[in-house]
Ligand binder design. Structure first.
Ligand code: MAN
Length: 563
């Protein structure tokens, strides 16, 4: 869909223009195109176009002999065809440099009535071959060289061409429409990025304030922690710790009292048994039997039994029972001490309890501050240095970490979007809309893939690992010179946008693979051709509406028409 198009409007306009001119202008000599008619108006003399000092009698025009150094006296024959730059160099017939010897005319003009007029090279005039592609009216073979006859085929060829051209026009219109949509889409995407940037900036501002506040709050909490004199594994103030110690100690004492009482009772049982035995011994011994040892034992027992020993006091024992009962009235309610979050300040300065509520908290805060200041200035030792971190500090740190992480994520995203806005996305930023879109095409043993502004890939049809043929590097402009195929799926000639992909998979004994993707206008995104120009250096020809110019490119043929 390149430069060979000509709109029907242009055809109609030029038709009207040439009809008007035809009424006033003299007929042009054979082979002269309308734009050169002005040089051939004199009925008697012809002046060589590039060398006006040479004037010829009109009979020498188209007499099949080349008189003018620029070939302008033979517009309708092949006599001056040797002047063409395509012909082998000829020895100059004149003093070198005295005349312009470059061809003045573009070729033999075929009117091609019913189709488009066109110039055919002078070498093709009367060469015995019908050149219908350029000269559908067969006028280039007017001499019938070798008996060749080239009947006018412009009606058929023109009709077919117009049919194809209609299809091309429709396709081109569709392509232009698609391009407009891509431009709109690209604008929308850019706007999305801009909006996201604004949102992120606002978010970052808020998040920065949050992080600052949380940093401050953490510092305050950590500072307040210093204000506590005693910490019992994070469970409260001094009273709690003391209560815990006292409870343990009392439990220990209680256990021991109970044990000692059990041992006492056991010992008393044994004493009772022993005393019973000795009592019976005294009552049952024979006093008439003169045994000194027995007499001493009886005397010792009588002394022992005479001593006044009251034995365990039953009333006291009952008291002890009561005290040791865990649910007795006298038992200490430890839970009251264990659950109270109380700082040493509360303990040390109980007098605050007698102050009004508002003054009390003010005094409390001041006392804490004073204590912290004393610690921070090294006057008081920090009692908490070895203590595990409190829940308040852990929570504050977690909140700060999470807010900082969120802030950093936002900053990274902002940088990414800001960089994106400075990237080159081509004319009208059109490739923003195609970014990442992929097209595939089979060629030889591979399927090739092109993902716009991302990468090119070679995939073996039989399966196996894919080969990276390059990652997007930049947009370039390249000059191409190719004949446009009839279906318009080709590059044509002129400047084209190319996408460069570099630094693909390393080629064994060669460079890293790279691809130049050259783009031309098409209704749909499609890969037309893949060539490996050198080992691992690839060239892809790709059609896309993205590069269809909104301005119609002038066709390569002259706009004048002689239908
Ligand atoms: C693979 C393909 C080819 C390339 C060779 C180089 O077969 O990528 O395109 O020429 O490797 O070794």
């Amino acid at each position: 869909m390149g430069g060979q198009t000509l709109s029907s409007t242009v055809l109609l306009f030029t038709l009207l223009a040439s009809t008007t001119n035809a009424a006033s202008d003299p007929p042009r000599p054979r082979g002269v195109g309308p734009e050169f008619a002005k040089f051939y108006k004199d009925p008697d003399t012809f002046t060589c176009i590039s060398n006006p000092s040479i004037k010829l009698d009109i009979a020498r025009l188209n007499d099949d002999y080349c008189d003018c150094p620029d070939g302008s006296d033979e517009p309708g024959t092949s006599a001056c065809s040797y002047i063409s730059p395509l012909s082998p160099p000829q020895p100059s017939r004149r003093e070198p440099g005295s005349f312009d010897e470059t061809l003045a005319l573009p070729g033999f003009y075929c009117k091609n009535k019913g189709h488009m007029p066109s110039y055919i090279p002078f070498t093709s005039v009367n060469d015995g071959k019908c050149d219908y592609e350029l000269c559908c009216d067969g006028s280039d073979e007017y001499e019938g060289v070798g008996g060749v006859k080239c009947p006018d085929q412009c009606a058929t060829i023109g009709k077919e061409w117009r049919k194809q051209d209609d299809a091309r026009q429709k396709s081109l219109n569709n392509a232009r429409q698609k391009r407009k949509e891509l431009v709109a889409e690209s604008g929308r995407l850019r706007k999305e990025v801009e909006d996201r940037i604004s949102t992120l900036k606002a978010q970052i501002e808020g998040q920065t304030k949050k992080v600052d506040a949380l940093t401050k709050s953490l510092a305050e909490i950590e500072r307040a922690e210093k204000g506590k004199v005693v910490k019992g594994a994070g469970k409260g103030g001094k009273v709690t710790v003391l209560a815990s110690l006292a409870k343990e100690r009392i439990q220990e004492l209680t256990d021991n009292v109970e044990r000692v009482r059990r041992e006492r009772d056991a010992a008393k049982g044994r004493i009772d048994e022993l005393e019973g035995m000795l009592k019976r011994f005294k009552e049952e011994y024979n006093p008439n039997f003169n045994d000194e040892g027995v007499k001493r034992a009886v005397k010792a027992w009588e002394d022992y039994a005479a001593q006044d020993w009251p034995g365990p006091d039953a009333a006291r024992d009952r008291d002890l029972d009561e005290i040791l009962k865990p649910d007795s009235e006298n038992a200490i309610k430890w839970e009251e001490f264990e659950t109270v979050e109380e700082s040493d300040v509360d303990v040390l300065y109980q007098f605050e309890n007698y102050l009004p509520e508002s003054v009390r908290s003010w005094v409390d805060a001041k006392l804490r501050d004073l204590r912290v200041t004393l610690i921070e200035n090294g006057i008081l030792a920090n009692p908490n240095t070895d203590s595990p971190e409190s829940k308040a500090v852990t929570d504050a740190k977690a909140q700060l970490d999470s807010a900082t992480r969120e802030l950093n994520n936002d900053k990274t995203e902002l940088t990414k979007h800001e960089e994106d806005l400075t990237k080159d996305y081509g004319p009208d930023s059109i490739f923003r809309a195609l970014n990442g879109r992929c097209v595939n095409q089979d060629s030889g043993e591979y399927t090739y893939e092109h993902c716009f502004l991302s990468k090119t890939t070679q995939k073996p049809k039989k399966g196996g690992a894919h080969t990276g043929m390059g990652n997007f590097a930049r947009i370039e402009i390249v000059t191409v010179d190719e004949t446009l195929p009839a279906d318009g799926r080709g590059l044509g000639s002129g400047e084209r946008i190319a996408l460069k992909y570099e630094n693909g998979q390393h080629c064994w004994n060669g460079p890293n693979r790279s691809t130049t993707v050259i783009l031309a206008c098409a209704e749909n995104d499609e890969i037309w051709k893949i060539v490996e120009e050198e080992k691992c250096v690839y060239r892809m020809e790709v059609g896309t509406p993205a590069v269809c110019q909104v301005e119609v490119k002038k066709p390569d043929v002259p706009e004048h028409n002689e239908l």
